[in-house]
Design a protein around this ligand. Structure first.
Ligand SMILES: Cc1cc2nc3c(=O)[nH]c(=O)nc-3n(C[C@H](O)[C@H](O)[C@H](O)COP(=O)(O)OP(=O)(O)OC[C@H]3O[C@@H](n4cnc5c(N)ncnc54)[C@H](O)[C@@H]3O)c2cc1C
Length: 512
């Protein structure tokens, strides 16, 4: 007899792939009390540093899932991202000062952490929930879908795993996407960037970063992932002939960015980069998320973050569908909302940065830098760019759940500092929200609701929480009113009259 526990043959949600997207989805589902099984073809968690930047919006979800503190402890938070010119002794070229977003976001800045660490922390959090089984050495090779559910088969055989829903979080070469017969439309850039991680054991490790070195033959960039470990990126102006990366090439790039000296190469490789998306993120009971659904240029570092944010949008909708909600509206809204954000925001933004800063010849790049600096000098555009970089500027459009006639539908919920009645130091709004939907009852002049349509209510007004930022009242046009916030921290609607809000809540949350 085997000592191993029996593997499940039925689960509400089966997630294919234990990358950052799949693990985020498992965690978000568990926070809503939903069980899942994650099937991963690798035999162990990921060890590659890959994506090294975590943006504010992603951390807001980590906060809601109760894991942000751990990430802040393990990573390096850059409140000011000051790009330095390595050719001019590290003189600042461009400055992105994220604290400008402090009114609407907590500890704004870029969190630098290797993807392998992100995956490790997510996996630990998922396992601690007790609601998810993560199976390694479990490659999914067959998917069949019926009205009543989906069956998955693994390469090593055994009985199929039956699931109410399957989510393909299985990366750019997604088996699930292929099984659905969905294309991966888009383009491959002519660029083939060289990426390397190197260890430095001398005083160069103390140099200010991130650094850039621009020459007619190409552009190099470096960032310190953690003390002693640096990411080096190089884009040659001319397509390199070989995919091979020599030690000498890495050494040259390290020297121009950081100065002469030894550098131990941890890994180095040349990559093709793409801008592609599936035409649909949903087919019946099967959904796609993360790289399986869309991939982007790594410039701007939004790819992995977009996958985590897909998971936040999808998890509560799966939970609601499993509770008997309106499956079609819930899951179609995932497709509409996330495809819009991914295509309109993430893909366009990373494509723009790639074309302007990476593909352009050196003189044009210089002109673009000057222009960018001028744009950043204007407070309004500076804020827009910082919000876009932090991924807090992506509101959702109208969808089967978000009614275009409702005010504020789809807006990201800001995260202002609220104060209690006893003159405390304040607490951020997201810290006060438990998993699930919340109604913000914003009242200065009228009594608070006595019979709210959902259990979780936060009162903003006399004797309760105060919002000195005025952001919440601002969404309500400066008047008393109600904001229904979905579990993914986007506003479903703003209303001023309590009449009909029970029905409007049911509709916005996709209840049957
Ligand atoms: C070198 C490099 C640098 C990068 N740098 C950045 C960056 O700076 N910023 C950024 O945002 N992004 C970056 N990316 C992209 C980022 O790594 C991806 O966007 C991110 O990994 C996507 O996460 P995911 O969970 O959707 O997919 P993946 O991380 O690809 O995870 C998919 C998982 O599914 C598993 N799987 C695949 N097929 C099956 C199957 N049939 N059955 C079971 N399991 C399966 C895979 O083994 C894998 O573990 C980089 C990528 C690379 C390669």
């Amino acid at each position: 007899m085997s000592d191993l526990p029996p593997e499940p043959s039925r689960t509400p949600v089966a997630i294919v792939g234990a990358g950052p997207t799949g693990l985020s989805l498992a965690l978000a589902l568990a926070r809503l009390g939903v069980r899942s099984v994650v099937l991963e073809k690798r035999s162990a968690p990921g060890i590659h540093s890959k994506a090294v930047g975590i943006h504010v919006r992603t951390r807001e979800y980590f906060r809601l899932w109760g894991i942000e503190e751990t990430f802040l402890r393990e990573g390096t938070l850059l409140p000011d991202f000051i790009l330095r010119n390595a050719a001019a002794g590290g003189k600042p070229l461009l400055s992105f000062r994220f604290p400008l977003l402090e009114k609407e976001a907590d500890t704004p800045g870029l969190l630098v952490l290797e993807q392998s660490e992100t995956e490790r922390l997510l996996l630990a959090a998922v396992e601690a929930t007790g609601l998810c089984e993560v199976l390694f050495d479990a490659e999914v090779v067959e998917l069949s879908q019926r009205d009543s559910g989906v069956a998955l088969r693994r390469r090593e055989g055994g009985p199929p795993l039956q699931a109410d829903f399957v989510v393909g979080c299985d990366g750019a070469a997604s088996f699930v996407r292929h099984a659905l017969g969905l294309a991966f439309e888009g383009a491959t850039y002519s660029l083939r960037p060289m990426l390397a991680d190197v260890r430095l054991r001398d005083e160069r490790d103390q140099l200010p970063w991130p650094r850039v070195f621009s020459a007619s033959r190409g552009l190099s960039f470096s960032l310190r992932i953690r003390p002693g470990l640096w990411r080096i990126v190089h884009l040659a102006r001319r397509e390199p002939e070989s995919d091979e990366v020599s030690e000498e090439e890495v050494g040259d790039r390290v020297e121009e960015l950081l100065g002469p000296g030894p550098a131990e190469i941890v890994w180095a490789s040349r990559f093709r980069i793409h801008r592609r998306a599936s035409p649909r993120f949903r087919e019946g009971r099967v959904l796609l998320a993360g790289d399986a659904a869309h991939i982007h240029s790594p410039v701007g570092g939004q790819g992995m973050n977009a996958g985590v944010q897909d998971a936040a949008n999808l998890a509560w909708k799966l939970a609601a569908a499993l509770r008997g909600g309106d499956r079609e509206r819930l899951l179609d809204s995932y497709d509409v909302e996330r495809r819009a954000v991914v295509v309109e925001h993430v893909s366009r933004f990373t494509d723009f940065l790639t074309k302007v800063f990476m593909q352009a010849p050196a003189p044009l790049r210089g002109a673009a830098l000057l222009l960018f600096r001028a744009v950043l000098a204007c407070p309004r555009t500076r804020k827009t760019i910082l919000r876009r970089m932090s991924m807090i500027g992506s509101d959702y459009p109208a969808s089967p759940l978000l009614d275009a006639h409702e005010s504020a539908a789809g807006l990201r919920l800001p995260n202002p500092l609220l104060h209690g009645s006893d003159g405390d130091n304040g607490v951020r709004l997201y810290n006060l929200i438990a998993p699930g939907a919340v109604l913000l009852d914003v009242a200065e002049k009228r009594p608070f609701l006595t019979e709210p349509p959902i259990p979780q209510v936060l009162r903003i007004g006399p004797g309760e929480w105060r919002d000195p930022s005025g952001l919440l009242r601002g969404i309500l046009g400066g008047r008393d009113g109600y904001l229904l916030v979905r579990p993914d921290a986007h506003i479903a609607w703003a209303r001023w009259d309590a009449e009909g809000i029970a029905e409007a809540t049911r509709r916005a949350l996709g209840e049957g």
